[in-house]
Design a protein around this ligand. Structure first.
Ligand SMILES: [Zn+2]
Length: 111
């Protein structure tokens, strides 16, 4: 994959659609990408979730995906900007350690 251009990593508009449980981002290069909350939670880049995803011990009762709670954002202030380079989500179960950089969000969109 060629390196990302600056336009591909800067959002023009970010919409957190709690009704449809998805985040929509319009990027400066004109592309719009959609992220279901559940997918965002599963991709949480914090160290804790990363460790959970890597732990594939077959003796564990729950698979890592099942151990990570479902993606439900708290209804008020569900997300905030971190500087001008990332988003932080506040999940209903209190988890908020993941810092989702725009580069990361663009990357996980696969586009
Ligand atoms: Zn996390």
């Amino acid at each position: 994959m060629p390196p990302m251009s600056v336009e591909q990593t800067i959002p023009d508009n970010i919409e957190i659609d709690v009704k449809q449980s998805q985040v929509r981002i319009n990027w400066q290069d004109g592309l719009q990408t959609e992220y279901p909350f559940t997918g965002l939670r599963k991709a949480c880049p914090c160290a804790e979730c990363e460790a959970l995803r890597k732990n594939d011990d077959p003796l564990r009762i729950f698979q890592p995906e099942q151990a990570i709670t479902e993606g439900v954002l708290r209804p008020y202030n569900p997300a905030q900007m971190v500087g001008n380079y990332a988003l932080q989500f506040f999940w209903a179960d209190g988890h908020s350690a993941g810092i989702y950089t725009f580069k990361f969000l663009r990357k996980i969109s696969g586009q």
